[in-house]
Design a protein around this ligand. Structure first.
Ligand code: AMP
Ligand code: MN
Ligand code: ZN
Length: 829
């Protein structure tokens, strides 16, 4: 836009802000020609935008008077010409910023919606660029480029004196691709288990525990048969039936194993020189169960591999792990975790094997995402980020390690790309691959260096192993909404709000949280914080005013404008009072407390409590503890159940009669059934039939040789009972076997295993008598290794390594699982 031309028209309203001397100093090479300084220019610009916005707001609205006015040819003509002019203007701006601008080309873009999207994309690109330039002006050098819309051509940046961008940066001038969300089908729709956004604490998803030293608590091995019941509620019911302590439900499933994990000598000494990272490697894309099973087999035979994840958070409430990268010394793998979400858990076999090192860089989030989305845990983690810290390197990012150890110039440009896109463009695959490809080499390097800087002593290296272990002990905590959650966010705004504004903020915050859970969107997608603040501050009288606070208007705001309007109205009805500001004593935050309208006691909490009750509540629930005085236990249970019933995700289930649940995995018709011997699942019915047949055959044989059939049967029944008792107590005992696997090569665990049980009674609610509910259930757990006694099947597929491990690998697995008719058959390895 030619600003000097339009300036005249607006001069009146802004003249006092302008130092408007036209005495020819515009000719100088100024930053803002015609203005004293940037501030003056900004003020002028804002004034112009404001009056333009006002004028457009005053135009007749569609569906209102617009249709009437449009019946006048003069009006129509005027609108047309103004519209064209505006589009031209916008196109020019977009072109200037290197964005695609097909605003005027009606053939290429069909609907208004598409054009609107184009504007939104361009706005994003322009704002991002502005942000980068401001950062640069601030001295922050953000070398990475933003992900830009398709057809983006890098703009000619006006290089001012402070912006010392090197002229050689032309090599970076590539075409970026914006992987815009609108092109991407929601992956959630394909998920077999629907996402649980209910406002209840996260319960670990794990129900089969490979490499267990301590078995899973029985409550964890139970899963609801009926997905209509939210997992949290089902677990609660189960817990009530079995009278198991509630802590079990929330505990880290590998706490015990990790607590007892010791770093073996071999991992504390100088690593053997490994093949260079430059070796060409294969990269496989894994999106089928067959390949995932094969990968798991492969990983189980290794002594280390590297892992990284890519994540998407904008179009999901809790976030989606969208990709997993794994690199071995020989190969790279990219796993489509959106496709294999329900199957990923099988990798626990390698991920929790204490004899296999898993190398991550900055694993904090990864550990949580693995738990949240797949029920995956890591035992024996090495975090190169922690190593970098211990080594006191200049920076601790992966880029820096790559540069430092591999002289690789990486480019984090795709870090924030939309990782849901499929098929993944080559550039993104390459990017993702780079994140793990060099990691094992870096692992060798940092290990060597940690020993060298510490004069060969393992102390420093040990500290990195310890820190890494602490990270793998992290538990995923679901964001819990409480009445006070909004305070945390409001505090950060450092704004003074009156009671009406405060109330609006609180109501809008609750609205967007509820909607985000319901629609499985991020709160930022539902209503970005800055818009929420704007609405709270302005408290628009009309729905149109709310819309005006939002640019661009979020789809859900448009859809729910009436609801939002009534919330704002509700806030406007509050008596107007100033909200007292209180300075947080220890946190240094400015904290807002409710105005005198509310009883102070009701909202009294100290700073620490506020922190805890903020957006992230602790997963540990105290609902069942008797020391809760304000509400009775029954009352609280009832409340929790009601909360749990608010499961809006039923709407995402294909049809009401289709059961999509955990147990799909146990369905003999599902693919997993026939994939690998190890992952073969057997129908319990079938198994029992077989057992029955065997027993019968045995009995028949005996019948022929012995005469007193009755005695034999009695004896065998007695024997079976004893066996069962012993097995149960063995598994249930809390003193664990030592983690021998770490030193497996030296170890020959040849404990003779107990004979297979010849009968097994699954925990079956449907046929259960009331003893079960009185806590007298038979908590039979079994080790499938004991059951799968077919020596022919146990041809060791992986050479010597697993050979020596045989017998020690235990899989904690609960009888309850098989009540749905199937049971895992875990051949010994
Ligand atoms: P990385 O470990 O660098 O591959 O990052 C993994 C995921 O973390 C990415 O896919 C992003 O979703 C997220 N992420 C990484 N860095 C950032 C950041 N600076 N801001 C927001 N999200 C990030
Ligand atoms: Mn990562
Ligand atoms: Zn990554």
């Amino acid at each position: 836009m030619d600003s000097s031309k339009s300036r005249g028209a607006l001069q009146d309203s802004t003249s006092e802000n302008n130092n408007n001397n036209n005495d020819g100093d515009e000719e100088k090479d100024e930053l803002c020609p015609g203005f004293q300084d940037v501030d003056a220019f900004v003020k002028y610009g804002l004034g112009a935008v404001l009056s333009a916005t006002k004028a457009s707001g005053a135009l007749p609205q569609v569906g209102d008077e617009y249709d009437f006015y449009r019946s006048f040819p003069g009006f129509q003509e005027f609108c047309q010409s103004q519209g064209d002019q505006l589009l031209h203007c916008m196109s020019q701006i977009m072109q200037y910023h290197g964005c695609r601008s097909l605003m005027r080309d009606r053939n290429k873009l069909t609907g208004l919606e598409e054009r609107f999207d184009l504007v939104v994309d361009s706005n994003d690109a322009i704002l991002e660029r502005a942000g980068i330039l401001l950062d640069e002006a601030d001295g922050v050098n953000r070398s990475q480029q933003p992900v830009m819309p398709a057809g983006f051509q890098p703009p000619k940046i006006v290089v001012s004196s402070w912006n010392r961008k090197s002229s050689g940066s032309g090599s970076r001038a590539e075409t970026f691709r914006l992987l815009h969300a609108k092109n991407i089908a929601r992956p959630q729709l394909k998920f077999r288990e629907k996402v649980d956004n209910s406002n209840t604490p996260f319960i670990p998803k794990i129900f089969i525990k490979p490499n267990a030293v301590k078995p899973l608590p029985s409550c964890k091995t139970y899963r609801p048969e009926d997905l209509d019941v939210p997992a949290a509620l089902a677990d609660f019911i189960h817990q009530q039936r079995t009278q198991k302590p509630v802590e079990d439900m929330f505990a880290h499933p590998y706490q015990y194993e990790l607590d007892h994990l010791t770093t073996p000598e071999s991992l504390l000494s100088k690593p053997e020189p490994q093949a260079s990272y430059i070796n060409p490697t294969n990269c496989s894309f894994i999106d089928s169960l067959e390949d995932l099973v094969a990968l798991n087999e492969k990983l189980c035979s290794l002594s280390e591999f590297a892992v990284d994840l890519e994540h998407h958070s904008y179009r999901s409430f809790l976030g989606l792990t969208s990709l997993m990268q794994i690199s071995t010394r020989e190969e790279d793998f990219i796993i489509d975790t959106l496709e294999l979400r329900s199957e990923m858990y099988i990798l626990n076999e390698a991920f929790t094997d204490p004899s296999i090192v898993k190398v991550f860089h900055g694993a904090d989030s990864d550990i949580e995402w693995l738990q949240r989305d797949f029920g995956l845990y890591v035992v024996n983690l090495f975090d190169t980020h922690q190593a970098s810290r211990a080594l006191n390197l200049a920076r601790h990012s992966l880029d820096h390690l790559l540069k430092h150890f591999c002289t690789v110039d990486s480019d984090k440009r795709y870090q924030l790309a939309d990782w849901r896109i499929r098929p993944l463009p080559d550039e993104m695959v390459q990017y993702a691959r780079t994140d793990t490809h060099y990691l094992l080499y870096i692992y060798d390097c940092v290990k060597t260096q940690l020993l060298e800087t510490n004069h060969g002593q393992p102390g420093l290296l040990q500290s990195v192993w310890n820190k890494s272990k602490d990270i793998s002990l992290k538990k995923y905590v679901k964001p819990i909404f409480t009445e006070e959650s909004y305070l945390e966010l409001q505090r950060k705004q450092k704004r003074s709000l009156n009671t009406q504004q405060h109330t609006a903020f609180r109501l809008l915050f609750a609205w967007r949280n509820k909607l985000a859970r319901q629609e499985d969107e991020s709160t930022g997608y539902v209503l970005p914080t800055h818009m929420m603040i704007k609405i709270s501050e302005e408290l628009p009288r009309e729905p149109q005013g709310i819309i005006a606070c939002c640019n661009p208007v979020p789809p859900l705001v448009r859809q729910q404008i009436n609801e939002l309007h009534s919330l704002v109205q509700q806030a406007r009805e509050m008596p107007l009072l100033k909200v007292r500001k209180e300075k947080g004593v220890s946190s240094g935050y400015i904290t807002f407390k409710q105005g005198v309208l509310f009883s102070e006691d009701e909202h009294k909490m100290d700073v620490d409590d506020e922190k805890k009750s903020g957006l992230l509540a602790q997963a540990k629930i105290t609902l069942f503890q008797n020391d809760q005085e304000s509400l009775s236990v029954a009352h609280m249970k009832a409340r929790r159940i009601i909360e749990a019933f608010e499961n809006p995700f039923r709407m995402y289930l294909p049809t009401s009669d289709v059961h999509v649940n955990e147990n799909a995995k146990f369905d003999p018709s599902s693919k997993i059934f026939e994939i690998s011997k190890r992952w073969k699942l057997q129908s319990i019915e079938q198994q029992q039939k077989e057992l029955e047949a065997k027993r019968k055959a045995k009995a028949d044989a005996k019948e022929q040789t012995k005469k007193d059939v009755a005695t034999v049967r009695q004896q065998s029944a007695k024997g079976g009972g004893k066996k069962r008792e012993r097995v149960a107590s063995e598994v249930g005992e809390s003193t664990p076997k030592p983690t021998k696997k770490l030193i497996k090569s030296a170890e020959k665990p040849q404990k003779t295993e107990p004979p297979p049980q010849d009968s097994f009674t699954p925990f079956d609610y449907s046929q259960s008598d009331l003893k079960v509910f009185a806590g007298m259930n038979d908590n039979t757990q079994f080790d499938p290794n004991r059951q799968a006694h077919d020596p022919k099947k146990k041809k060791n597929p992986k050479g010597q390594k697993s050979n020596s491990a045989a017998g020690n690998r235990s899989m904690s697995y609960m009888a309850g699982k098989s009540e749905r008719g199937f049971r895992h058959n875990w051949p010994k390895r």
